[in-house]
Design a protein around this ligand. Structure first.
Ligand code: ATP
Length: 342
């Protein structure tokens, strides 16, 4: 199922939550809606689900205009942040529920619910009540319930945010595996950029009700089209040098000619290297982060910035070093925050 949003707007009284948004979600892809709190991610998802009707614009499922169709008629499966399981029903009954609503005969509903529970590996828990399950297990029940009807579209609204860090990692891999096995068009809302980058075919980065960038994870990381995208994507964040002067640009990247168009420069911590000459800096902080060491350095004419060095390289706190930029991966932005060079 291909989902096409045509110029959709959602206005709540004086808040424009989604503003003339155009988007095509290709068949069988997992697409993440990513962005800061309040940018309109959930509102967009709810309009696709049919839980909200856009103030303006149209929604198409494989060419069919579904803008006015009720949620039940859209054949979607949905998983929410709080799972929304029925507390008084067993796991089996919870998973069977959507089929019961469709008046599928009990025997068949049970068979399909058991199949769905096997897919998410909770078939040994079918007699339990939701309160007798861990957070991760509840999440699996919610996923099984969402896929039991074999929906055309799967909508996930921050499905992992109630889980601890380790479980989040393994559940996101499982979601990706299930999505690929079922080849189901899936929309995944998250404010966690790492989560979005790791499991998506495409990422929709939203900002104030609009799309800032629609791109593959690799593209959005290495070729952000705006300062907003450059600052939002990446952990630790990209170093941004704002209002750079000609002298500063020369110090950072001697080979790039200055022009009045240049307002800011962005350099990721992995694109700065310690060398025998270059920009002289003092090391202020040394942090071990797994396979690399992250160091924070200071220079008289720049604010502090960060770079990675290999974990085997000894870096002295308060020591003086020279730093050079990998010019190929440097980003230049104009006054409007648009990327003009990468
Ligand atoms: P979060 O990550 O915090 O869940 P979000 O990106 O999902 O945020 P939305 O929930 O879509 O954001 O909200 C977008 C904007 O619309 C916000 O400013 C929000 O306050 C507003 N909004 C959402 N729902 C309603 C509503 N029912 N009535 C009024 N305003 C609303």
């Amino acid at each position: 199922m291909t989902i096409h949003l045509k110029n959709i707007t959602m206005q709540f009284k004086d808040t424009v939550a989604v503003n003339r948004l155009n988007l095509t979600i290709p068949e069988g892809e997992l697409v993440s809606l990513l962005g800061p709190s309040g940018c309109g991610k959930s509102t967009t998802l709810f309009m696709i689900a049919g839980l909200l009707t856009p103030t303006e614009g149209e929604i198409y499922f494989s060419g069919e205009n579904v803008t006015k169709k009720s949620p039940e008629k859209r054949n979607i499966g949905m998983v929410f942040q709080n799972y929304a399981l029925y507390p008084h029903m067993s796991v089996l009954k919870n998973i069977m529920f959507p089929l019961k609503m469709q008046k599928v005969p009990s025997n068949e509903a049970k068979k399909r619910a058991i199949e769905a529970s096997k897919l998410v590996e909770i078939d040994h828990l079918l007699d339990r009540k939701p309160s007798e399950l861990s957070g991760g297990q509840q999440q699996r029940v919610a996923i099984a319930r969402a896929i039991v009807r074999e929906p055309d579209v799967l909508l996930l609204d921050e499905p992992l945010s109630n889980l601890d860090a380790k479980l989040r990692l393994s559940m996101r891999e499982e979601i990706r595996e299930i999505q690929q096995r079922l080849n189901i068009t899936t929309l995944f809302v998250t404010h966690d950029q790492e989560e979005a980058l790791s499991i998506s075919d495409h990422v929709v980065l939203m900002n104030q009700g609009k799309i800032e960038q629609f791109a593959t994870p690799t593209e959005i990381y290495s070729e952000p089209t705006s300062l907003f995208a450059a600052e939002f994507i990446g952990s630790p964040p990209m170093n941004i040098f704002k209002d750079v002067s000609e002298a500063q640009l020369k110090a950072l990247c001697p080979n790039v000619p200055f022009s009045n168009e240049i307002a800011s420069i962005g350099i990721r911590p992995e694109d700065l290297l310690i060398k025998d000459d270059g920009l002289k800096v003092t090391v202020k902080l040394v942090e071990t982060v797994g396979k690399d060491t992250l160091i924070t350095v200071e220079h008289d004419h720049f604010k502090r910035f960060k770079l990675f060095v290999h974990k085997d390289e000894y870096i002295e706190q308060n020591g003086e070093y020279y730093v050079q930029v990998n010019p190929e991966n440097m980003l230049i932005f104009d006054k409007e925050g648009q990327c003009i060079h990468h």
